[in-house]
Design a protein around this ligand. Structure first.
Ligand code: ASP
Length: 582
């Protein structure tokens, strides 16, 4: 069995007899010699079997790739011209003297070294897929980032506390995964959507500084960067304000990402939620490139262009995106089509020319109005302005999406540029599809002190003390200063349409805890999987998890979820009838 890691072998070990262990990655027959590439966790080494070894070479000839082997032999320098500069061990090779086939491999269902294998098969044979160097490296980055977070938070006085996985449903806006109870028949645990309530109770308990690399579970439709179970770096602290949490978060993120080779300038730029929507059309702005959306409202009121003035009179907005070049006729047509897909009835355009501009609105602009437009948008000769008019959220979101599209199309994002940002002052509530107020973050988020008095009459215009951290247009973290006064918490429940009895039955334990000296507190949760995904440049979140589910929440390796034994159901007192989807 191994006495030397392959990573330790090189010029300096030439002449030594060593035993390496690992997997046969490749094999080649060459003029009576047999060559293997043997791989362990630390590297790859060429192993040579020569005819003089007799039975050893014969045994080696029968070994299939990806078998687990140990080889004893002498490290020798390769002859001139036979070196392989692509291998760290490429100046030497191992002349085999003895071979143990530790675990023979049958013919493989997938080749773990082939980058093109279909993902369904990769997940089915994940234990082979994980032999892939990129996946092993991702898991190592994941480990390093977790360790870095733990060390950083420990040094700041935070204590890692584990909280239950079998819990009660807490409202984080998603569906719960439920677990039936055998001892309380007919009742269910819920897997926590986050440890939110537990961490708040730890603050009431006087822990003061809590963190946890916590598993959280949400039964949502999956996307590239979502899994039904995921890991958060969950943080909470007492007697702190928003500034404290934002400062802690940016230092934590800087530490973790700098450790992975990112440049992370501090402090992070901060935008209010309203600014993010107005300037970038989204609450997760990608600040790797500029191209802000210009607000043309006051200009539009008196610009003399009928479609704009009409939109303003109807209570709408007029916004504009400046592109630093002209668009071909085809590009313009494609952009207009994309704009319609984004809910805009139309898109005005203007190409700024030396003496005359091009585009349908060009002739409607008086010289002074045009000058003011160029001033407001910062546009110069050769630039294209894209205009949208209508309801603010629709216009902003659509231009935000077009901004991202042009960021890519015009290659405005240099490959190694990254941009962190904080978005603050989210609204406390938003309307759900039934027109009912629902929390923008979660119902424990404190209202902004400046807006507190407006809560009863005008809840939809109350800002909150919630914040997000964003990296390259991806939401990395969300948190808030919490409500710690019982009456405010009750008022929020009331605005959410919950009767006092319902609030008491769902959250009685929290409301009760708030009777007994609750400290002011706040925190944040960082999406750890997404962070690793961005740090490694992995194309999706499954590449940074050892055993992910597929896009339908199914694990093809274990075959889960799966029906269970009728005896198990009998013990739970459960009968299953599967109703058709409806
Ligand atoms: N529990 C919240 C979440 O998972 C984070 C927080 O408010 O700390 O999004």
């Amino acid at each position: 069995m191994r006495d030397t890691w392959i990573g330790e072998i090189g010029e300096a070990t030439a002449g030594r007899v060593v035993e390496v262990s690992g997997w046969v990655e490749r094999r080649r027959d060459h003029g009576g010699l047999l060559f293997w590439d043997v791989r362990d966790r630390t590297g790859k080494l060429q192993v040579v079997f020569t005819p003089e070894t007799g039975a050893v070479m014969e045994a080696a000839a029968a070994v299939r790739v990806e078998s687990a082997v140990s080889v004893r032999g002498t490290v020798v320098r390769r002859g001139p011209g036979l070196e392989n500069p692509k291998l760290a061990t490429g100046t030497v090779e191992l002349r085999a003297q003895a071979l143990t086939v530790e675990g023979p491999a049958e013919v493989l269902p997938i080749d773990p070294m082939d980058p093109e294998v279909d993902e369904a098969l990769r997940l089915r044979y994940r234990y082979l897929d994980l032999r892939r160097r990129s996946l092993q490296s991702n898991l190592r980055v994941r480990h390093r980032m977790a360790l870095c977070a733990r060390n950083f938070l420990d040094a700041q006085g935070f204590v890692e506390v584990e909280t239950p996985t079998l819990a009660r449903s807490t409202p984080e806006g998603a569906r719960d995964f439920l677990v039936p109870s055998r001892l309380s028949r007919g009742a269910f645990y819920a897997l926590p959507q986050s440890p939110q309530i537990f961490k708040q109770l730890l603050m009431v308990a006087g822990m003061e500084r809590y963190f946890q690399l916590a598993r959280a579970y949400r039964d949502e439709d999956l996307r590239a960067d979502r899994q039904p179970e995921f890991t958060q770096i969950d943080i909470e602290a007492s007697f702190v304000d928003r500034e404290y949490i934002l400062d802690l978060t940016e230092r934590l993120l800087a530490e973790m990402f700098r450790n992975e080779g990112f440049e992370v300038p501090l402090p992070f730029p901060r935008l209010t939620h309203a600014e993010a929507l107005d300037r970038y059309g989204t609450d997760k702005p990608d600040l790797r490139f500029d191209l802000p959306i210009a607000d043309l409202d006051p200009w539009a009121d008196a610009c003399g262009v009928e479609i704009f003035t009409r939109a303003r009179r109807a209570g709408g907005v007029v916004r504009c995106l400046r592109l630093p070049r002209s668009l071909s006729r085809r590009e313009l047509a494609e952009t207009e089509e994309a704009a319609q897909g984004l809910g805009l009835p139309g898109l005005g355009s203007l190409e700024v020319g030396e003496s005359a501009d091009r585009g349908p609105i060009a002739r409607h602009l008086r010289p002074q109005v045009r000058d003011r437009l160029l001033e407001l948008t910062g546009a110069g000769v050769g630039d294209t302005l894209l205009f949208a008019a209508g309801e603010r959220p629709v216009v902003c979101r659509a231009l935000g999406a077009l901004r991202l599209r042009f960021g890519q199309l015009l290659e405005l994002v240099p490959p190694d540029r990254h941009a962190f940002a904080f978005v603050v002052d989210f609204p406390l509530f938003e309307l759900d599809e039934n027109g009912q107020p629902t929390p923008s973050h979660h119902p424990f988020t404190a209202p902004h002190p400046e807006d507190r008095s407006r809560m009863a009459e005008d809840p939809l215009h109350v800002r909150s003390l919630a914040y997000d951290a964003v990296l390259d247009g991806v939401e990395l973290a969300s948190g808030s200063i919490r409500i710690h006064q019982r009456d405010v918490q009750e008022e929020v429940f009331r605005i959410l349409g919950m009767s006092p009895a319902e609030a008491q039955s769902k959250f009685g334990f929290l409301l009760d805890a708030f009777r007994y000296g609750p400290p002011p507190h706040g925190g944040i949760a960082l999406g750890f999987d997404r962070m690793v995904m961005l740090a490694t440049g992995a194309p999706n979140i499954r590449e940074v998890l050892a055993f992910p589910k597929n896009a339908r929440g199914y694990d093809p390796m274990m075959g889960s979820p799966a029906p269970v034994d009728p005896a198990q159901l009998r013990e739970l007192g459960i009968q299953v009838t599967v109703a058709p989807r409806g």
